[in-house]
Ligand binder design. Sequence first.
Ligand code: PMP
Length: 406
Amino acid sequence: VQVDTPDQKLRARAQRVIPGGMYGHMRSAGLPAGYPQFFARGEGCHLWDVDGRRYVDFMCSWGPIVLGHKHPAVTEAVQRQMAAGDCLNGPSERMVELAERLVGLIPHADWAMFAKNGTDATTTCVTLARAATGRRKILVAKGAYHGAVPWCSPYPLGVTAEDRAHLLTFTYNDAASLEAAVAQAGDDLAAVIVSAFRHDYGLDQELPDAAFARRARELCDARGAALILDDVRAGFRLTLRGSWDLVGVQPDLSAWSKAIANGYALAAVTGNERFRDAASKVFVTGSFWYSAVSMAASLATIDELERIDGPRRMREMGLRLRQGIAAQAAAAGIGVRQSGPPQMPTLLFDNDPDCAKGDRFTVEALKRGVYLHPRHNMFLSAAHTEADIDFALEATKEAFAALAAR
Ligand code: PMP
């Protein structure tokens, strides 16, 4: 094992000046040995770490990179806006253009607001639901991730019971459990918040059941509560119309971020007429929420996704990967489960409670230039071509062989 690589030197320096050496979801210490912490550059569906190793990237920066790293059309729009100005005394024309674009694109949207991170968007949705209804209870699915502030953080450290006093839980795709939680909330129900699909960490992913989605809509309508769709992770990968459009259900409020500006920092909340008044009155803001560059990036990203039908491309490439892996696993006699939409695959191994097989497999793939994740859902981008998928499948084939040899 080399101990003086650029990555290791940076880790040692970070250890002194960055808490824990790194924090949050991009902390490589949570991944098996062999995963890099620091990256030098990205282009298309490729990524280079600071040690100069190249990978076909199946995490896409954990979602934001939907067209590929450094996409030329996005870079051009960014440079044009950067030359004019980014952070001004107010927004630029781009903000109105982008709000118009989202309202034209997303069936439930009558208006849009912008922020920076997914957590800003989910938290704003919750605030809006409470403001509009004058009620407090928010129903969340057990195990669902909606962000990293106290009301929704999955980790208890630094969070008080009071921060979460008005949360009640249900089980995703289980209408009876949602009905029970609605009954428990009584006349204090402000909102039900759902993810695009069940994409909980380390578990098989579950697409939304259409009957469950319709029941959630009915219950919110009957109680005058908001149906909030957290489309932060899946938005613009499955469809450009909002992920529950695929099951024929429109939310009242949607939270967006990650893929909407191909890697530039932007989040959005879209909502319908019912919530316009509350949205015009609540005080939600941030120093960088009006900056123009990421909005220019978003406009270019949407144009390109629409032009090439990005969701369909990602789906096709995701299916090619899924079918290849399924065939390889069967040939190697190794039980795997692939779940989630093809654009956002999750690969888990049978009889692998501590993820030791998943860890070994992904490290073997990593050595061969393919960046997979052993537990989290992965992400395709529109930059992945047949040739990239086939390159990845060569690596996974060898990774299965290495696993079978153990
Ligand atoms: N909701 C979902 C479904 C997410 O996947 C994420 C980010 N992983 C968030 C909210 C929070 O977004 P951010 O990290 O940008 O605050």
